[in-house]
Design a protein around this ligand. Structure first.
Ligand code: UD1
Length: 418
């Protein structure tokens, strides 16, 4: 096991590259199952969630190889419909995309129920509702989901009761080869959904988004293609929270500004100076940021995946603020850790109130990926040396966080736990 050692109190200056978006690279990797041929995916982030998904595909018989650092070749021609070994699958939320892809390719799927995670329940009844509307039978049994078909699946209209990224992508995947037109109403509009749709269209699918409605016209087969994953909006925004805490002048290279504009507008109100160029964003913070009140919600509003890092930022703000998480209302495990650093926090149902706090260094435990990033943020602003345990959570989603923070002048290193 490894831990992070962070020496806080240094301004951040310089330029870093933003990697590909983990949360769209994952569904795109699973979507290659439908291509039954070779695909080349560019801008794949080197994080452990991706490695684990590649390993799952390999165990199913796919050929996967990085042909350069961020370019992944996948050939799913010889994929087996039987899965041997459920250990990795049961650990990964993203493996739930095997439900839609296996149903579309093999007409059946038998998998462990996607695991919950440390920030609350992750139900899948909307995924199941979608599969059942297409004619599949879904039975949950002893921690497994068994999806079968006794007749040909049929396109249909599905209205999601709740906006869900996972369910939207899974229903798109399941309906790719169906005769006629499948329509998803109240779909998620996250860039990760549209990245997956763009990839599938590049491979010959016929999918059209009209605001929150998605039309999928079935096709007979997909063909191989080369596709570049969108930049990671959450990685970009996480580094901006680090900047807000430490002050300085950073340029993020390889960013899609439209994906982060909603949050950047909030940052601007908090005293960030933000300039945008073609695929770069320069952000400067010269004085203490002001507070803000936010509510997380599906895209294009404030992302739940930035909630913990934003909480850290508020600790360093002049006026504090509140965060209400309407997507994952119990996503507050990080708060206990921030309190170890002196954060002045009050929990009120599914909200948290954060007062301006005198933050000091401490020994901390990351409880999940974004909570881990929040601890890094706070530790970068604290005087003294902090230790963050459970680095494995952080490397699930932030490629080379140590190298990137170091290149900006932050003091952070990984040490082996003894
Ligand atoms: C969510 C985020 C996504 C983020 C990902 C990783 C949203 C809308 N989604 O996606 O941006 O990248 O976490 O952290 O912000 N739900 C149900 N029933 C279902 C499916 C979902 O009630 O069948 C609920 C969830 O409990 C949650 C909300 O819907 O409250 C959104 O869930 P969903 O978008 O499916 O979660 P992820 O796909 O994991």
């Amino acid at each position: 096991m490894q831990k992070l050692l962070v020496q806080g109190g240094y301004r951040l200056n310089g330029e870093i590259n933003i990697g590909g978006m983990k949360n769209s690279a994952l569904p795109v990797i699973y979507a290659t199952i439908l291509v039954k041929d070779e695909c080349i995916l560019e801008n794949i982030p080197r994080v452990s969630d991706i490695d684990n998904s590649i390993e799952i595909l390999r165990q199913m018989g796919a050929y996967c190889e990085f042909i350069d650092t961020h370019t992944l070749l996948i050939n799913t021609k010889n994929l087996s419909s039987e899965i041997n070994g459920f250990e990795l699958i049961s650990k990964m939320r993203a493996s739930s995309y095997l439900m839609g892809t296996m149903l579309a390719r093999f007409g059946k799927a038998y998998l462990p129920m996607p695991g919950g995670c440390n920030f609350g329940k992750r139900p899948i009844e909307q995924h199941i509702k979608g599969f059942e509307h297409l004619g599949a039978k879904c039975i949950e049994d002893n921690g497994f989901i068994n999806i079968t078909t006794n007749k040909k699946l049929k396109s249909n209209k599905i209205t999601l009761d709740k906006i869900s990224v996972g369910a939207t992508i899974n229903i798109v995947l399941a309906s790719i080869f169906l005769d006629g037109l499948t329509i998803i109403e109240n779909s998620a509009m996250e860039p990760h959904v549209d990245d997956t749709i763009r990839f599938l269209n590049m491979c010959g699918a016929k999918i059209l988004r009209c605001k929150s409605r998605i039309y999928i016209e079935g096709v007979k087969a997909l063909h191989s293609s080369r596709y570049r994953i969108f930049p990671d909006m959450i990685e970009s925004l996480t580094y901006m929270t680090f900047l807000g805490i430490c002050g300085g002048d950073i340029t993020l290279v390889g960013v899609k500004y439209e994906h982060i504009k909603y949050v950047c507008d909030i940052f601007k109100k908090m005293n960030f100076n933000i300039d945008t160029y073609e695929d770069e964003v320069r952000a400067r913070v010269n004085e203490q940021v002001e507070g803000a009140n936010i509510i997380t919600a599906p895209y294009p509003l404030f992302p739940t995946d930035l909630h913990p890092q934003f909480a850290s930022l508020l600790c360093f703000s002049s006026t504090g603020g509140t965060i209400r998480d309407d997507v994952f209302p119990t996503r507050f495990a990080y708060a206990k850790e921030l309190e170890k650093m002196g954060a002045n926090i009050e929990r009120i149902e599914n909200s948290i109130k954060i007062y301006p706090s005198k933050i000091h260094s401490a020994t901390l435990d990351a409880t999940d990926l974004r909570a881990g990033a929040a601890l890094v943020a706070c530790a970068l602003g604290a005087q003294g040396e902090s230790i963050i345990n459970n680095v494995n959570y952080i490397v699930r989603g932030y490629e080379d966080i140590v190298g990137k923070v170091t290149s900006l002048g932050g003091k952070i290193k990984i040490i082996k736990e003894t």
